[in-house]
Design a protein around this ligand. Structure first.
Ligand code: APR
Ligand code: PHB
Length: 391
């Protein structure tokens, strides 16, 4: 097989890039290791920046998002048993939209299979040969035999555990990493959300987040110790702990319902530099991971893809590689800002497992500053709703 752009990974990054390329008249092939059912069911985040919504619209993949996405005007911060509304339109002129990543993936897969370039499921990339040459080759396993895809360019959109990043020579790669001493226990529940906007709570026993998937389905998270076993969290214990962490002085109740999914996710910050080597370009989780407190993972993947799609379109139109040459620097600028924001939000809202009293006071001082100062609130809102693309 031969193509212009070989895309490894059929997550949101790989699939959205394929849409953009298809619309620009550039041919590509997407190789996805898992089955369609698996990628469509994988539970992930669901908060979309305005720029992400715009990108999905530009790609012609927003029909259901336009109909079903829930537009949110802000978020609520809870601490010290009080609630504080951060109003995005007033502070930034922007809003955010709740629409699950699983739904984005379903929409993109359906479009791709209807009229798009080839998308092969159960096609696992095994290696990328000659990334420095003008025609790199992806070796992959499909239908029981090893095959090759010869490309002009290869995009590694194969997530954090993919193979693309490891193709970079050690002398070229720089990685930056930070672990955190806590994880999130996430649940999906068949109950109407108890709030109109997302609640980020610094509760007494730790952090809790109330998010949602639809007017009838709630998504909630609890800070738990690393290596927690979901089996140790029967439904009643989860609801009791959530209710305690969201508790305020005043009227508010957390409505409970049947829990339909339960899982524990560790947290990590990770950045790989550069995002390009020869004719191999990384996009999304393959290049960077953020802890979910800032809701930036999916949005960063989409902004990488926007930059990359523009670069390929310019190459196709004019023959110029200028935007491909600046791709890594352009993306990393925004990646580091999102890494900083995600780190700050995480540090500000999670209970210190060692109970460090000084750090506790610092967290409260930061939160109080945000609720006391319009400038501090505007800074949070600008980052949360998404910094502009720096091209
Ligand atoms: N060959 C083919 N496909 C692969 C390989 C491989 N060797 N290794 C991994 N993949 C596939 C995975 O099965 C997955 O479907 O690559 C895809 C990567 O998708 P994601 O992990 O969703 O990453 P990305 O598209 O960058 O999306 C980023 O996902 O992890 C969340 O928070 C993150 O929301 C963000 C988004
Ligand atoms: C989610 O809806 O899953 C979600 C929302 C906001 C976050 C993290 C996850 O910060």
């Amino acid at each position: 097989m031969r193509t212009t752009v070989g895309i490894i990974g059929g997550g949101p990054a790989g699939l959205l890039l394929a849409r953009f390329l298809h619309r620009a008249g550039i041919d590509c092939v997407v190789l996805e290791a898992r089955t369609r059912a698996y990628v469509e069911r994988r539970q992930r985040a669901g908060m979309l920046e305005q720029g992400t919504v715009d990108a999905l619209r530009e790609a012609g993949a927003a029909e259901r998002l336009n109909a079903e996405g829930l537009v949110h005007q802000g978020i609520e911060l809870r601490f010290d048993r009080e609630r504080h509304h951060i109003d995005f339109p007033t502070l930034t002129g922007r809003t955010v939209t709740i629409y699950a990543q699983t739904e984005i993936v379903k929409d993109l897969v359906a479009l791709q299979l209807a009229d798009g370039p080839p998308l092969l499921f159960e096609a696992e990339a095994l290696g990328i040969e000659k990334p420095e040459s003008a025609s790199p080759v992806v070796r992959f396993l499909h239908e029981g035999r090893e095959q090759t895809l010869t490309c002009d360019w290869v995009v590694g959109a194969d997530g954090f555990h993919g193979i693309s990043r490891d193709t970079f020579p050690a002398a070229v790669s720089r990685t930056y990493e930070r672990g955190y001493p806590y994880s999130w226990l996430g649940i999906l529940a068949d109950v109407a959300p108890s709030c109109e906007e997302l609640i980020y709570a610094r509760g007494r026993g730790g952090f809790a987040l109330h998010s949602m998937r639809s007017p009838h389905v709630s998504r909630l998270y609890l800070q738990v110790p690393n290596d927690s076993d979901p089996e140790d969290w029967p439904d009643d214990r989860i609801w009791d702990e959530l209710a305690a962490r969201f508790a305020i002085d005043g009227d508010w109740t957390l409505d409970r319902g049947p829990i339909t999914a339960k899982s524990v996710t560790p947290m990590r910050s990770f950045v790989h530099e550069p995002m390009r080597h020869g004719r191999l370009l990384l996009a999304g989780d393959a290049a960077h991971i953020v802890p979910p407190t800032g809701a930036k993972g999916l949005n960063l993947a989409v902004s990488d893809v926007r930059v990359l799609a523009r670069a390929f379109a310019e190459l196709h139109r004019t023959g110029s590689e200028r935007l491909l040459d600046t791709y890594s620097d352009t993306c990393l600028e925004r990646v580091w800002q999102a890494t900083r924001f995600s780190y700050d939000m995480t540090k500000m809202l999670h209970a210190q497992p060692d109970g460090d009293a000084f750090e506790n006071r610092m967290q409260l001082a930061r939160l109080r500053r945000i609720t006391a100062s319009r400038h501090a609130a505007a800074e949070l809102a600008a980052n949360y709703t998404g910094l502009p693309l720096m091209t």
